[in-house]
Design a protein around this ligand. Structure first.
Ligand code: SAH
Length: 462
């Protein structure tokens, strides 16, 4: 280890910053954030830095650096572009055993500043020992995406409840377990969603509960998008990585499943048309049972859970059983397929509205309003329509939509195997019959489909 990491308490302490340009201003900003009193020395000082000096209760010397500037300072930063001045500051500071940093000159530094992820009071510092600052910044960017902006709030609850938790659990082991559960469970999720009171109530009830009740689980109903794992939301990914058990169905792509926590138990609940691995009622009940065992249950669905996803039914039973849950939206197949096929769903010249329609005509509760669907300025996106394709096209034509209306059928949209077949209402069923098409497929009806040729991505298969 080339450098020893420490976190300095700079509150109300004087720090010397030599330099008044852009770099010095950036450093001044960080020092001010940490509550330092700024002493800035430079012939010219930026207006932002002047404001920072004033608000930190610091001092400003509009002149060249001199050794006496170091007096009563606890930390030194040299950000001038004159080498000889930087060298002198470094030598002077080291003679007084003051920690000194000369920007971008490791040889003159006794400490270096890391890339920072600030979720105060949680602060993460990343350093490459000055060898590869860009790499350190890339690592920071990765961590930024992994650690939600609201993570700092967890430290707040931890600090608020620390003494009470200590009183409740005298041995360190059960205390640690309790905190692990709180910081990865419903209380943490509530806190990060801005529901502070509910989070505190939850912790209070957990603390009051006896040991048996302490095992309360929760359910995450998560939209896994149409296939491409890169279309997952950050929240979806985070919950996928903390779940104990996952219930998934056929529409969830392999690429998405690979991102679920490795040691999570996996339960396939099927759902191919007419071949259900598990009845919906049983899925609903299983979610309740697993959560009651104290598990963090991920119900992972293709696309968006609230669009032809029966997500509403699944959480209804959870709500009745007072099981904490949250719903995470996903990119629905219509958006994903349209974007990846270069077909805008609305367009000033072609379509002023878009409808997502079920094509599952045989279901008892399907009763499509055909006359409404015939409106030529409206894009239609049919989900689950492959089997009924011919019937749907004929009904649209019968009710007045032009037989020449363009249709795009998108197979396995957004995945590596995506295929797009273009035709019109009159002929699409024949085109599909000739092309050995496999589920999942979705089709888009409307003049916007004309844009496919100009807007499609340049890649093989399209
Ligand atoms: N909740 C899902 C839809 C579930 S209904 C969502 O929001 O996307 C299942 C139907 O979605 C399939 O029959 C198919 O019409 C469509 N679908 C889902 N993923 C698809 C994909 N990758 N490509 C094409 N169609 C897809």
């Amino acid at each position: 280890m080339d450098y020893f990491p420490v976190f300095l308490d700079l509150k109300k302490r004087r720090c010397l910053l030599v330099g008044g340009g852009e770099v010095a201003t950036r450093k001044g900003r960080m020092l001010a954030k940490a509550g330092a009193v700024l002493r800035v020395v430079a012939p010219e000082i930026s207006s932002e830095l002047r404001e920072l000096i004033a608000s930190s209760g610091g001092e400003l010397f509009a002149r060249e650096y001199q050794t006496s500037d170091l007096q009563s300072c606890v930390l030194v930063i040299a950000a001038t572009d004159i080498e000889s001045v930087n060298e002198k500051i470094s030598a002077d500071a080291q003679a007084l055993n003051l920690p000194v940093n000369v920007v971008d000159t490791p040889a003159l530094c006794t400490y270096i500043t890391p890339a920072i992820i600030d979720r105060s009071p949680l602060v993460i510092a990343v350093s490459s020992g000055g060898e590869a600052p860009v790499l350190a910044r890339l690592v920071r960017a990765k961590l930024e995406t992994l650690i939600p902006a609201s993570y700092g709030k967890l430290a707040q609850i931890a600090s608020l409840w620390r003494d009470r938790v200590k009183a409740r659990f005298s041995d360190g082991d059960s205390r640690r377990k309790f905190w692990e559960k709180i910081l990865q469970g419903p209380a943490a999720e509530l806190m990060m969603n801005g529901q502070e009171t509910a989070a505190n109530n939850f912790i209070a009830s957990e603390l009051a509960a006896d040991q048996a009740e302490l095992t309360r689980g929760e359910v995450y109903l998560v939209g896994g998008g149409p296939g491409d794992p890169e279309l997952l939301t950050l929240r979806a990914l985070r919950l996928m990585q903390q779940a104990d058990v996952v219930l998934y169905d056929r529409l969830v792509s392999d690429g998405v499943m690979e991102l679920v926590r490795r040691d999570a138990e996996r339960i396939y609940v099927g759902k191919r048309r007419s071949e259900h691995a598990m009845q919906q009622e049983n899925i609903n009940q299983l979610l309740v049972d697993l959560a009651k065992q104290g598990k963090r249950v991920l119900r992972l669905k293709g696309g968006d859970p609230f669009i032809f996803g029966r997500g509403g039914e699944e959480i209804e039973l959870l709500a009745q059983n007072h099981i904490p849950f949250q719903v995470v939206p996903g990119i629905t197949a219509a958006s994903g397929c349209a974007a990846y096929a270069g077909i805008p769903l609305t367009h000033r010249d072609y379509a002023q509205s878009v409808r997502f329609v079920t094509g599952h005509l045989k279901s008892d509760d399907t009763n499509l309003q055909w006359p409404e669907l015939a409106n030529p300025t409206q894009t239609l996106v049919f989900y689950m329509g492959l089997v009924g394709l011919k019937e749907i096209c004929e009904s649209l034509i019968t009710h007045g939509r032009a037989a020449s209306t363009p249709v795009a059928l998108i197979e396995k949209g957004t995945t590596q195997e995506q295929r797009v077949l273009i035709s019109d209402l009159n002929s699409i069923a024949d085109v599909v019959a000739q092309n050995d098409v496999h589920a999942p497929t979705l089709f888009i009806v409307g003049d916007v489909v004309k844009l496919h040729n100009t807007l499609k991505w340049f890649k093989a298969g399209n």
